[in-house]
Design a protein around this ligand. Structure first.
Ligand SMILES: [Zn+2]
Length: 142
């Protein structure tokens, strides 16, 4: 990734596949825009994993009682060890602007395999004004 060309450095395709990074997940990673839907948060978390945006991953996934320093180290290691190759959203249930909860079923390809997961998202404080948060993976129905 070229560094030092601030105007063009974000002109590559977003890891989530949603277009140019600058217009897709970058504003979310930088706190300039918030995810309006569970799917948008899911996509932005995927691209945060691909781009090692660890602060964003921490902020969008509360884990009570766990030390942030430990989590940060774990996430950094995971980001460095995994080469993410692409994301496919399979199914979205609820998680819209009028919902407090939603699930997103996705496949995330990485070098060496595919992660298939159904993720549960909820709004902070169970309020429509609250930001979307990743809660946990839920069992995939077959
Ligand atoms: Zn994106």
């Amino acid at each position: 990734m070229p560094e030092g060309f601030s105007a063009s450095a974000d002109a590559f395709t977003c890891p989530c596949g949603g277009g140019v990074y600058r217009l897709c997940c970058a504003p979310l990673h930088r706190g300039l825009k918030r995810a309006e839907t569970a799917e948008e948060l899911m996509r932005s978390r995927y691209s945060a994993f691909a781009r090692a945006e660890v602060g964003y991953l921490l902020a969008t996934h509360p884990e009570q009682g766990r030390d942030d320093k430990v989590r940060r180290a774990e996430l950094l290691r995971s980001c460095r060890q995994t080469r993410w190759l692409g994301l496919t959203i399979r199914e979205v249930r609820a998680g819209g602007s009028d919902d407090l909860e939603g699930t997103v079923v996705f496949e995330a390809r990485y070098r060496g395999g595919v992660l298939k997961e159904s993720s549960l998202f909820q709004r902070r404080d169970s309020s429509l004004a609250g930001d979307w948060l990743y809660i946990r993976a839920v069992a995939l129905e077959t």
